[in-house]
Design a protein around this ligand. Sequence first.
Ligand code: UD1
Ligand code: CA
Length: 477
Amino acid sequence: MTSARPGAPAGRTVAIVLAAGLGTRMKSRTPKVLHRLCGRPMIEYVLDAADAATGSRPIVVYSPATGAVRDAVAGRAEAALQDEPLGTGDALRAALQALPAEAEEVLVLSGDVPLVKADLLEALLEARALDHAAMSLVAVDALDPTGLGRVVRNEGGTVERIVEDKDASEEERQLTEINAGLYALDASWLRRRIGDLTPSAATGELYLTDLVAMAREDGRLVAALEVEDDGRLTGINDRSQLARAEWDMRVELNDRWMKAGVTMVDPSTVYLDHDVTLAEDVILEPGVVLRGTTSVGAGSRIATGTQIHDSVIGERCVVWASVLEGATVDDDVTIGPFSHLRRGAHVGSRSEIGNFAEIKNSTLGEHVRQHHMSYLGDADVGADTNVGAGSITANYDGVNKHHTTIGEGVFLGVDTMLRAPITLGAGSKTGAGAVVTKDVPAGKLAVGVPARIREIRPIAPTPPADPTEPAAEDPAG
Ligand code: UD1
Ligand code: CA
């Protein structure tokens, strides 16, 4: 969170975020302002901007139909209930009930304008202060003013009123200067006058925008902060606007990470959530999706087709075409292609996790090799252990999950089944196809179905047939 506007006494300016509208055009069971942009409900971005501009706790207006909004913002905002969505003027009236008595100024924002930036809000507050105006608003020369409130000025250019599209005359509809729906207001004037709003003849709603004409009646000024139409202030009303806002936000986010030292081979195909953190010299290949609180350490490469959720990746790792959820990966690890690390997977440094390897709720020590088609669930695996192709921890008996403990330097032969609960001592081995149902002491060999315990006989390494050729077998296999 950023600090308050310099020079603004904390608590004097309070932000009010309107979020009681139904958002029917989203056609959703989720209230509009809780739809996510880069992994976060859009209203969070509005609250960030409000916090930065005011430094005081904002008020969010919700309705009985949007109770989920109140719950979602409970940690960072006061909530004010608008019983029925009778218009923006009525929403503001509802918010004033929750406004602290010492508040001297209110900043009004919409929960569905998530790309709004704190510096614009600060400029809006300054514009009001400069003119000692009852109210200031953001005016945009819109490329397409359809459906929006038009700013009506007198011959001298003074803002006189705002006319809503539905109430506008043909002539007024030709105006392209629109009201963006962001306002700063003198709180004591507002408290005095809010009760005087009357319903629109066209819609029956109470319009917040009628306050402009009321301020003029009272001989007060209304300041207009004029800004370019860059699309950032267009509210989100439907899913295609949601996708466009996500696009804008993603471009900005990716740009920020590239400036911080991350290489993106094709940033248009990299999808990062707001809370992802990346270190210098991370390389993100095309088609990478990083979600939630994922972090990636310096020098790691995340290759095409990888999805990582809420996971920590160390330094100098390589992740190929894999799915990681709630996993922790230490430094210098290679993962994939086609590995699946699930919640609670912790992979020690220099480990190698390969094709169709699945790990859940298991801790692997350093330099564990698990290359082919295998499953480790509810297990602790010691350093330097080799998990042979097709090896499985049978951790589930149909009712309960059981734990497997594998010591350091263990060698699991191909196709080993470990029936949990079970412990394999350090330096033990299993034969190909062993079904291990009893603990294996350190340094012993388990073979057969069910496995019996034997002594380990050393295997002499095969010399290469032709010493000029490299060894054919991958030693980690
Ligand atoms: C409003 C402005 C219009 C401006 C436009 C900019 C009014 C009357 N009009 O129109 O001049 O050009 O924004 O986007 O204010 N809300 C409530 N309770 C209600 C009604 C709305 O909380 O009873 C909230 C909505 O959730 C939304 C915001 O107020 O966050 C704006 O409401 P909306 O209905 O979208 O207003 P517009 O018709 O877009
Ligand atoms: Ca709107």
